[in-house]
Design a protein around this ligand. Structure first.
Ligand code: 13P
Length: 247
């Protein structure tokens, strides 16, 4: 089986206004056609404008979350269908900031992933252990459990990716060692094969958590690492391009 095309996705989190679209344009303008997919996931308010600004370029626009239902009385929420209508092609679900801050369970994350597929979009399903869980020797158990619980059957034969983001590595400048990253990515791949057979080899498994231009090459060339989900370093075109060029 050939390796999945690497994906480098930027998660802007709650950052960016209209003026920031210039950074996304600068990324698109400098892509050099290497074998990599690039996505930027801005706040929901920018999806439509960014999709229009990046039309015809190689940069895909994504969203950071969605509701599991298509429409209804859910004040403040946005459905996957609405994100598709605004121009999004991918949707991050199950980010640890949502699992922790909004009590999102594996079961809810699976429903959201199903909603993303229903809307014809591609989910990026996030998993990752806390520092306490890693220190207790439970990282593998926690993360493989999240993978089993957060992936709906509907993903079978659909494009999607996993993102392993250790909670303690997000925004801290800390990263696991390369052997720790490889161990986790191999364990995730084994669960994908168990769930989906040979098709479990297809989705790229991204690493996320303090990926910067200076550590990107090592991380991206580690075994079973199929790309990166980048937070802070995706906000500036030069930094994000430095990571893309490390593929
Ligand atoms: P940082 O790259 O800022 O550590 O954030 C990672 C992340 O949470 C991406 O989803």
């Amino acid at each position: 089986m050939t390796a999945p095309t690497p994906l480098i996705a930027g998660n802007w989190k709650m950052n960016g206004t209209g003026a920031s679209i210039a950074e996304a344009r600068a990324v698109a303008a400098q892509l050099d056609g290497r074998h990599v997919r690039v996505a930027i996931c801005p706040p929901a308010t920018l999806i439509q404008r960014m999709s229009e600004a990046l039309a015809g370029t190689a940069v895909l626009v994504g969203a950071q979350d969605c509701h599991s239902e298509e429409s209804g009385a859910f004040t403040g929420d946005v459905s996957a269908e609405m994100l598709a209508d605004a121009g999004a092609r991918l949707v991050i679900v199950g980010h640890s900031e949502r699992r922790a801050g909004y009590c999102e369970t594996d079961e809810l994350v699976a429903r959201k992933a199903r909603a993303v597929v229903r809307a014809g979009l591609e989910p990026i399903v996030c998993v990752g252990e806390t520092l306490a869980q890693r220190k207790a020797g439970k990282a593998l158990e926690v993360v493989t459990g999240q993978v089993r619980g957060s992936l709906p059957r509907e993903l079978d034969r659909k494009p999607y990716s996993l993102a392993y983001e250790p909670v303690w590595a997000i925004g801290t400048g800390l990263t696991p060692t390369l052997p720790e990253i490889e161990e986790m990515h191999r364990a995730i791949r084994a669960v994908l094969r168990e769930l989906f057979g040979d098709d479990g080899d297809k989705p790229p498994i991204l690493y996320g958590g303090s990926v910067k231009p200076d550590n990107a090459a090592d991380i991206l060339h580690a075994a079973e690492v199929g790309g990166a989900l980048v937070g802070g370093a995706s906000l500036k075109a030069e930094d994000f391009l430095g990571i893309i060029r490390a593929v």
